[in-house]
Design a protein around this ligand. Structure first.
Ligand code: PLP
Length: 382
């Protein structure tokens, strides 16, 4: 039987990261590959207490179909606690938010702008919607605005996808002045910014930056997520945008999945109503800072001759570069045999000549695993 798949899906590649996660759970493998929150820090007791309460008295409306834009009580509590000024829609994680935005904006061969490097899960998705990605190199404090302006003068872009806080994979954060300047430029050129911000609260100093949305709300579609600061399996995120955009997104979601799973929305609603999520985030940040410090120090002690790396101030990743300029994707085969996993940097680049980076996740390993894993990595790279 010959199947006639759509053009977009005919040659679609499986996500490298998702494929690596399949081998990450094998015995004796130490994985620095996934963007996984720490297993031991999920708020288990609090969730168990919510389940206990529900097991005694399940609300009737928990069983019924629900509104496409989300559980009203959850929307209210989110808006208050996270100081959200506009209307929001609850999505099935930020990944669905990206899909919904793509659905309402992208036609085949539309041009969009993306940071270089960028989150491969979004880039692959935009391409599956037929988009052509033009890139702007990231610098230490965000993108180069002169380069952005020169691109905007030459081409019309449907949107610019940005991850301004502790970016995946580079852990770079835009400075306040760059956030303001980018917002100003978006307004000047009628550019839509898709601001994907799942790492915003994972700031080791608990200092939260203003969003770009704050400076250009009519030009920005903001995406938040509870995967990194709460529980990824719930699959709860949200989109904040102008009412015109949010109206279209709501209709798109009606056709995709009617609404986000109500049990998940209820659990988050109960948690936010009964417990202090910001206290939980502080616990995460304190633990992640210690892990990051230890990872960085061990990396410097063990691999300083072979790797260049900056110490991040938040997020989940160390972004390193091989001094030898060797291809980390080629070396990945050796690392699999040595039972230590990372993500080769080339998967995050459109420019395929960038081969020598690697992304290392520091949040989901113990000190012992970090030590042993980096010892193995030294063998891979030397
Ligand atoms: C930048 C970025 N956007 C979106 C996602 C998807 O997250 P979610 O679990 O909210 O769908 C990730 C996951 O790692 C991410 O790093």
């Amino acid at each position: 039987m010959k199947y006639f798949f759509s053009k977009e899906y005919e040659n679609i590649q499986s996500s490298f990261i998702r494929d690596v996660l399949k081998i990450a759970n094998q015995k004796d493998v130490i994985s620095f590959a996934g963007g996984l929150p720490n297993n031991k820090l999920f708020p288990r007791k609090e969730i168990e207490s919510i389940f206990k309460e529900y097991s005694l008295k399940l609300p009737n409306d928990l069983f019924q179909y629900s509104a496409t834009n989300g559980l009203p009580k959850l929307i209210d509590v989110l808006k208050t606690q996270f100081n959200l000024k506009d209307e929001i829609l609850i999505s099935n994680g930020s990944q669905q938010a990206l899909d919904l935005i793509s659905s309402i904006f992208l036609n085949k061969d539309d041009k969009i702008l993306v940071e270089e490097p960028s989150y491969v899960g979004a880039i692959g998705l935009f391409k599956s919607h037929g988009a052509i990605c033009h890139t702007i190199q990231l610098e230490d404090d965000g993108i180069n605005l002169k380069k952005l302006e020169s691109k905007l003068q030459k081409n019309k872009y449907k949107f610019f996808y940005v991850i301004p806080t502790f970016q995946n994979p580079s852990s770079i954060s835009y400075t306040l002045s760059k956030r303001k300047a980018l917002a100003k430029m978006a307004i000047k050129y009628n550019l839509i910014l898709v601001e994907d911000d799942p790492y915003r609260y994972l700031n080791f100093k608990n200092k939260i930056q203003p969003t770009i949305y704050d400076f250009a709300p009519n030009n920005t579609i903001y995406i938040g997520s509870f995967s990194k600061i709460f529980i990824p399996s719930l699959r709860v995120g949200y989109i904040m945008a102008t009412s015109e955009i949010l109206g279209k997104i709501t209709v798109a979601k009606q056709y995709k999945d009617l609404h986000t799973n109500l049990f998940s929305q209820y659990i988050l609603y109960k948690y936010l109503s009964n417990f202090d999520i910001f206290k939980h985030i502080k616990v995460l940040n304190s633990s992640y800072k210690k892990k990051c410090d230890f990872f960085y120090k061990t990396l410097k002690d063990e691999l300083n001759d072979v790797l260049e790396v900056e110490k991040p101030k938040g997020g989940m990743f160390l972004w390193a570069k091989l001094k030898s300029n060797m291809d980390t994707k080629v070396l990945f085969e050796k690392s699999k045999k040595t039972k230590v996993l990372y993500i080769p940097g080339s998967v995050f680049f459109e420019d395929k000549s960038e081969k020598s980076y690697l992304r290392l996740n520091f949040t989901n390993s113990s000190k012992k695993e970090i030590k042993e894993g980096l010892k193995r990595l030294k063998k891979v790279f030397s």
